[in-house]
Design a protein around this ligand. Sequence first.
Ligand code: HEM
Length: 169
Amino acid sequence: MKCQASRFGFATSLSLIGEVAKVNGSMGKAKSQYDFEAGREKMSEEPQDLFTRFGGAEAIARIVSGMYDRVLADPELAGFFTGVQLDRLRKMQFEFISSALDGPIDYTGAELTAIHKGRGITAHHFAKFCRHFADAAEAHGVSKRDVDLALGRLAMYRDKVLGETSIDG
Ligand code: HEM
């Protein structure tokens, strides 16, 4: 069990989190300025954007890491990731999800349709992948409501991930 954790990059996750913590730290000022602006229209103390409600960059890096631990431990999904550079994958997914949750981070990876094309990913695989994301987020204390909102964001990319196996166009 221990060796599986290191195989899938515990050290990697830590270095990613370190990298991300710097981004997070440098964002501190801008973020509180943003909150101050947004505060004029706020009805409650709850931060308005999902990225912040998820806990910011550091929390999202940990959630992405936890998600891939679950994905790679899932016999129906693990095979898709054989030979994939997991360090890069975690970093790119961190950027993608942060950006999809309205975070101030740009996604610099491949276009989603191109990277998933021809891999035989079905709606079932997609649903399981999203479930692992949701479980990882809930395990990190994200509220059920915010997890559902984030799942709604990911659902917008379903057709791109499924590519030619999607029948709804
Ligand atoms: C909402 C769902 C998903 C999102 C947002 C997503 C996003 C991403 C991103 C951002 C990358 C990195 C691209 C890069 O390296 O530049 C990636 C790579 C990859 N994804 Fe997904 N993905 C999703 C679902 C899935 C599912 C369901 C599978 C398979 C079961 C899958 C399999 C892969 C594989 C194998 C790679 C690595 C490709 C490579 O490096 O050669 N993804 N995905």
